[in-house]
Design a protein around this ligand. Sequence first.
Ligand code: KPL
Length: 325
Amino acid sequence: MAKTSVAVLGGGSLGLLLAAKIAASGQEATVWTRSEEQARSLRDNGLALKDADGNLLTRTAVRACSLGEAPSRQEGLIVLNALKQTGLSDSLFGELRRVTAQDAAIVSFCNGIGHIERIAEALPGRPQLAAAATEGALREGPAAVRHTGSGAIWAGQAPRFGGGNADYAPMPTEDRRKDIENILGSAGFSIYLSNNMIERMLRKLLVNSVINPLTALLRIRNGELAATGDRMALMRALHEETRTILHASGLPETEGAASELWEELLDVCARTSRNESSMLQDVRNGRETEIEAINGAVVRLAASRGLPSPRNATVTDLVRAILSG
Ligand code: KPL
């Protein structure tokens, strides 16, 4: 069997955080960036990991190359896919088909829904895991990242929203899953292998569907959301509407779920208080946002179940309108 090696796909906030912590723990990982400039900067400067206050924790040498420069058909690879859904494209899929052998295990960190489905369609038969992370990270430059809030990572069989799991994205072998757990655990992440990624992903979708559009529209950090009564009212209304839709879509509606999920949202805001959400970072940089995969997806789920979703529809339109301007 081929020796396992790790590639982190994407040099954004989460990709740099994963790469920095993996490299700092002494494990080898290659960062596959979109641009050759970023890869060169990583090779020349090493990757700096900073704490939430901006103090340098580690600067570690990392291997880096653009995806286009990566060697073909590498066997025994674990690909930690930290690209946003907006980073997926036909040309990226073409490169991924070129660089990964059929046994490559792809772990996709998902915001919203639709990510795994697109990879499964473009790279049929490649083993996949879905991952949901609540880490806070802020990219400070091509070779520097701030860890703005500790969270957890859940990974498990990729659910297929709107219809069964069967054969759509095969699971990596048990040994591979253990490798993934060990790599992330040794790097200092709280990693849980989950048998119920539908629930995990819907819980994350609930959190992202409130924090991401509101922070992007109000241009505030996650911790500033719960700071005033008006903002709390906006959060509550969006949370309630989304929760109802997600309960109808597979999120268990247990006793006490409403307050538990609300507390979870406040907890993420507190733990990532100094973070700028990924959507706010996208808006500030004039980049396409994940609004279609987050609140847009909630609107589509609601429509398929005959439920109203006026608040999700409004924030989707407002975030879309920022960039169309
Ligand atoms: O996932 C996130 C994001 O920004 O996309 C949270 C958890 C809200 C952290 O900012």
